[in-house]
Design a protein around this ligand. Structure first.
Ligand SMILES: Nc1ncnc2c1ncn2[C@@H]1O[C@H](COP(=O)(O)OP(=O)(O)OP(=O)(O)O)[C@@H](O)[C@H]1O
Length: 262
């Protein structure tokens, strides 16, 4: 079988905040390859560098040293204009706080990345996405008229509309109840399985991580472990063994097989 392609990779990534005595080393030499068509979770105790790693991989933040390679491009070698275009056209984002534009309808929010890129929507793809997020009857609603779960599903549709190379999700279920979380996680899973998307997600939640194909465990800015084909039970077990800091953020939940029907 051919080797899976790498969508994005980090090479000896270091990120420091501040200077002098107050320097914080948020990433301490991270090397990682994210394969195309995989759903990857980044886990670790609070302050271990999860969001910093996600932001560097997504070109939302610049590393202090090391580099990020995205497809054939190296971020540091791209001009600001090219980087902006790459972020707009080849990367999808889903944030904990949804980040929808309050004055736009759900439909306008979903189509916004295309409008900003001056691209015409592909009607069939739009319909397919709207069907999979289950929002056909909510398209003319504004974010304030939608539940948190519905808003996050709009955000997922917005991330998918450009068919990006990678979708980066930072705690996408952090503000949702368990039913809405399950729907968003199943939706991201479907994006990988049916649309061939690549998804990278930061999460504290073992049950959320159990939806993914692979987990990277961070501690003190380094990748200290990883796991393939996780279940909630094996994730919880691994978290217990890795670091006491995990204990504060573990969300005890059911197994993936039980959640799959959500
Ligand atoms: N803008 C910043 N300025 C200074 N320090 C920062 C900044 N952003 C993050 N840090 C520090 O870098 C380290 C890693 O932060 P990061 O947000 O990546 O961790 P995290 O694992 O995502 O944490 P959490 O689970 O609490 O969100 C922390 O010590 C944090 O305080």
């Amino acid at each position: 079988m051919p080797e899976p392609q790498v969508a994005v990779s980090a090479v000896t990534l270091v990120k420091e905040y501040g200077s002098g005595d107050s320097t914080v080393r948020a990433l301490d030499g991270v090397d990682v390859q994210i394969r195309q068509g995989q759903y990857t979770a980044i886990m670790g105790p609070s302050g271990s560098g999860k969001s910093t790693l996600l932001h560097c991989l997504a070109a939302l933040d610049t590393p202090t040293s090391g580099e990020v390679r995205f497809g054939g491009d190296t971020f540091a070698r791209l001009s600001d204009n090219k980087l902006t275009r790459l972020r707009r056209e080849r990367i999808g984002f889903v944030f904990q706080s949804f980040n929808l534009v309050p004055t736009l309808t759900a439909e306008e929010n979903i189509l916004l990345p295309l409008a900003m890129a001056g691209r015409k929507p592909d009607g069939r793809w739009f319909d397919q996405i709207v069907e999979s997020v289950g929002l056909a009857d909510r398209l003319q609603h504004r974010p304030a008229q939608l539940s948190g779960g519905q808003q996050q599903r709009v955000a997922c549709a917005r991330a998918l509309i450009t068919r990006p190379d990678v979708i980066f999700a930072d705690e996408p279920t952090g503000n949702l109840d368990s039913t809405a979380s399950g729907q968003v996680l199943a939706l991201l899973r479907q994006a990988v399985d049916e649309f061939g998307q690549t998804v990278v997600m930061v999460t504290h939640d073992a049950a959320a991580a159990a939806f993914t194909d692979r987990i990277l465990f961070l501690s003190d800015g380094r990748i200290v472990d990883e796991m393939s084909q996780p279940t909630a039970a094996t994730v919880l077990e691994r978290m217990k063994g890795l670091d006491a800091g995990f204990g504060q953020s573990v969300v005890v939940a059911t197994d993936r097989s039980e959640r799959a029907g959500v």
